[in-house]
Design a protein around this ligand. Structure first.
Ligand code: 48N
Length: 331
C-alpha cells in the first residue's frame, strides 16, 4: 500500500478561497478570507480557519532543521557548557565581537537561564552591583538605580532579554535538554608530558538519558569537536561544576577548592578576576569557578555572573585563533 499522498481536497467551505498554491508543500493553502493584522481577526471567528497542515510537515520542519544543525555544529569553534547568566553573557559578547565564530551552547535543562529566573529565595527582583549596570545598558534592560547597585524589577526580564538576544545571533545554536557528560581531550602539544591534555570538545547526550546511565546500560553519547570549551555549569544542581570535577577525575587538577561561605564583598570580585583558561582549551567562569578556587559565594547578586561572562569572552578571544591553529595541526 503506497503511503498517503501529502495532498488532500480542501473542505468545500474554504476551497473557493484558494488564492495561493504553496507548490513546494504540494498542499493548497488557503490565505484569502483571513485577516492581515491581528485587529482584523476580531469578530471573524466564525469564518476563521487556519491554513491546512499535515502532521508529517510539522515533523519534517523540526527534524530537518535539528539534524542539519547537529551536522553543522558537529565541528564548532567554541562550545559553551551551561546557559545560565554567565554562559549566556559569554555567548552574547562573543557572538557580537566575532560573528565569524561558530558557537554551540549545550544546556542540560529544557529551560535555559540557570539560576537567573528569580532573585534570592524565589523573590522576583534581581540585584547587580555597579559596574555590571554597563552590561544591562548594552543589553537594553531597564533597572532602578540605587547608587552602588541597580535593581531589575524581575530577574526574568533580564534573562529573557539576554536569551532572546543570544538566540537571535545567526552564529549561535542552543542545544538545550542536552548534557555534556564528558570532555574530548588531546595530548597538550605544548607540554612533553603525555599526562597533560588539551580540551578539544564535548561529549553529549540527551539529559534524560544522562540521568539514567545507572539503570540503563550502553546508551552511548554524541560529540561536538571545538577548539575551545567555555564551562559555566554553576556550583549546584545535578550536573553543577561538571567540567572542573571531570578535570580532577582526569588528574588534570589535584583537587577542588570547594565553594566557601557567603561573602558578597569578596566573592564577586574573586569570580570575575579568576575567570580564566584553567587547562588548555577550557575556560571556566561563573559559579563553577568558585568550586575550583575555593571562592566565596555571593548569594543573590548577579553582577559577577555577567562580568565573568564578559571576561570569559575576552579570554576566549585572546586564545581562540591559536587554539584553532593547534586544532588544525593536531586533528
Ligand atoms: O545559573 P547557573 O547555575 O550558573 P552561573 O555560573 O551562570 O550563575 C550562577 C548564579 O545563578 C548563582 O549561583 C547566583 C549568583 N548565586 C550564588 C550563590 O551564592 O548561590 O547555570 C549553570 C547552567 C544551568 O542551566 C545548568 O543546567 C547547566 O549550566 N549545566 C549543564 N549543562 C550542560 N551540561 C552539563 N554538564 C551541565 N551542568 C550544568
Amino acid at each position: 500500500m503506497s503511503p498517503p499522498a501529502a495532498t488532500f481536497t480542501l473542505p468545500t467551505s474554504v476551497a473557493g478561497n484558494v488564492v495561493n498554491v504553496k507548490k513546494d508543500l504540494g498542499v493548497k493553502a488557503v490565505i484569502k478570507g483571513q485577516a492581515k493584522t491581528l485587529d482584523e481577526l476580531d469578530g471573524k471567528w466564525d469564518e476563521f480557519t487556519f491554513n491546512p497542515i499535515r502532521e508529517s510537515q510539522v515533523s519534517r520542519a523540526m527534524t530537518r532543521r535539528y539534524f542539519s544543525d547537529l551536522d553543522y555544529y558537529a565541528e564548532s569553534d567554541i562550545v559553551i557548557v551551561g546557559a545560565g547568566s554567565c554562559g549566556l553573557s559569554t555567548a552574547y559578547v562573543l557572538a557580537k565581537k566575532r560573528p565569524d565564530l561558530k558557537i554551540a551552547i549545550v544546556e542540560a535543562g529544557v529551560a535555559p537561564g540557570g539560576g537567573a529566573w528569580l532573585g534570592g529565595q524565589l523573590f522576583s527582583a534581581m540585584v547587580m552591583r555597579k559596574p555590571a549596570d554597563l552590561f544591562l545598558d548594552d543589553l537594553g534592560v531597564p533597572y532602578e538605580d540605587e547608587g552602588d547597585y541597580v535593581v531589575v524589577k524581575h530577574a526574568a526580564l533580564f534573562t529573557s532579554t539576554l536569551l532572546s538576544k543570544v538566540l537571535s545571533f545567526p552564529n549561535i545554536k542552543l542545544f538545550n535538554a542536552t548534557t555534556v557528560e564528558d570532555l574530548i581531550t588531546r595530548p597538550d602539544p605544548t607540554v612533553s608530558s603525555p599526562a597533560s591534555i588539551r580540551i578539544a570538545g564535548v561529549v553529549t547526550n540527551w539529559t534524560l538519558v544522562s540521568m539514567h546511565h545507572d539503570d540503563q546500560s550502553c546508551m552511548d553519547p554524541n560529540t561536538i569537536n571545538a577548539s575551545l570549551v567555555i564551562s559555566t555549569t554553576g556550583h549546584d544542581g545535578p550536573f553543577g561544576a561538571f567540567s572542573v570535577k571531570r578535570l580532577v577525575s582526569m588528574q588534570q587538577l589535584e583537587k577542588l577548592g570547594g565553594m566557601r561561605g557567603l561573602d558578597m564583598k569578596t566573592a564577586e570580585d574573586a569570580i570575575v578576576k579568576g575567570t580564566r583558561e584553567i587547562v588548555r582549551g577550557l575556560v571556566v567562569g561563573g559559579m563553577e569557578l568558585s568550586e575550583v578556587d575555593g571562592a566565596n559565594r555571593m548569594g543573590p547578586t548577579f553582577g559577577a555572573m555577567v562580568l565573568s561572562g564578559v571576561k570569559a569572552a575576552e579570554v576566549a578571544l585572546e586564545v581562540i585563533d591559536e587554539r584553532m591553529a593547534e586544532d588544525a595541526k593536531h586533528q
